[in-house]
Design a protein around this ligand. Sequence first.
Ligand code: SAM
Length: 258
Amino acid sequence: MPEGHRPRKSLGQHFLHDPGVVARIVAAIAPRPDDRMVEIGPGLGALTRPLLERLQHLQLVEIDRDLAARWRAEASAGLAISLHEADALAFDFGALGPDLRVVGNLPYNISTPLLFHLAECAGRLRDMHFMLQKEVVDRMAAAPDTPDYGRLSVMLQARFRVEKLFTVPPGAFTPPPKVDSAVVRLMPLSPEAIPYRDARRFAEIVARAFGQRRKTLRNTLKGLVEAEVFERLGIDPGRRGETLDVAEFAALANAGGD
Ligand code: SAM
């Protein structure tokens, strides 16, 4: 049992113990001393400590009261961290300043809403590196017309370059999760590369198109996109949402609703 802390299943606590995996993650992040970095869920510090060997300072967001108390004590003893005892889902990452680097071995039970939450402040971020359930990483990076492609793929790929780095087996953690994990890198696109004009309308179209995957766009986007717009853009309304790439979703969002 790691350092006297009983892992809390409800908080997705699977602690990394494989030094080889830790080294690969830290190498992928490639910290520079003056990076502005925040780690979500430091837990017992598997990533925190090697990161701190390379950084002047590190921000931590941890929800577990006992673990937060440990980090608070370490901060008082002089460790170069700022502890935010908080729920990452409600935390204002944008307030930590521009050019922020976000890292974490994330609690898998909240990974999708957390990614959506972080995407909202994409303009303030330099990059993000996360360990996640492999299946989620496959969905994040999926291409159109593949089984993994869905709302998560489109919403993230419209704001970030998504790069799956490597997979990690359950045995690298204590306790081992039931599924494989993977490490992913997200690099925000430059403002000029963001394909949509109205984020809200884009999100609504994507949500509707994937709400009923088997239905055609003519059905799922009824009332949102007129027949004449499909024709003008050369997008067949008989297609299903899962066949559209990010640029086509953006074209539909940009064509109407002004
Ligand atoms: N980074 C450590 C490691 O690699 O061993 C711990 C990873 S563990 C998978 C997830 C961590 O996120 C735990 O420390 C857990 O307490 C924390 N956590 C869970 N839900 C959270 C939330 N909503 N906000 C912030 N931290 C959370």
